[in-house]
Design a protein around this ligand. Sequence first.
Ligand code: ZN
Length: 278
Amino acid sequence: MWIVSLLADTGVNIMGFYYFYLIPVGAMFVGVLSGAGYAMASRKLNMTLTPSFMTSMVLISLLDYLANQYVTYASMMEHLHLPSEYSFFNYLRDICENMTFNRGEGAPSGKPIGMFGYLFKGLEVLGYVAGSTIPAKMALVSVAETPDCLKCRQYYEAKRFGYLNAPEQWQDMANLPFQQRIQALSQSCAPLYERTDAIMIEVEGKTFSEVSTAISKLESKAALGNTASVTFTLRKCPGCDAFHLKASLVGYNEHGSIFNQHIKSVESKSVSEAAANT
Ligand SMILES: [Zn+2]
């Protein structure tokens, strides 16, 4: 915002850059830069972006935008020695109603666009607010698959992986007639599902270290070229002993393409529940 106001003093209104007179690219760009701070802080502190956090981000962006306009107004008052009766609201009205477009630096300005100016300033505000939420949303998407601890508001970290591999090779299945292949594949996967279910039942209600030990006894690598493997991913909250264990299967279907299937997840009991039980 400080750079925007410095640029405004030299006559460059970066917030007013439009693409095809409609898309407020300048405002979006400034929004993205200002929103990057939220995204970086959220990742650095490993904090989840809750809906209320996103809402406050949007509200603060709106305030930012107004604050920026106010700084421009204050600097105008100072430099142009405008009468003190010229209020901030007069200024806002004027920038809307006297808004002009030009086709780049040095080009002559067009005629003021009058009431349409409100529409374009509105677009500018929307562009800025939307832009400011983009980096945080990107950060959110990158960890959307990661469960989080509701108590600590932190994302779980992956701590341990374990695998169950089907002994059969896909190549042996590929040569079978279609109907037989379907049957052979399902027979190959059946023991994986059974063992996964057994493991998930066994770890239910256990502590993180007990579950970690159980997972460490599984195979340490997913085999290549076999019909299917189950991956167990054990994640733990950095702030407490809450954890999440997920089992998912990757395997070949009868057409020879790879499919990915979530089988089951186990969540640790919440800390309050655990305390009540002891
Ligand atoms: Zn926690």
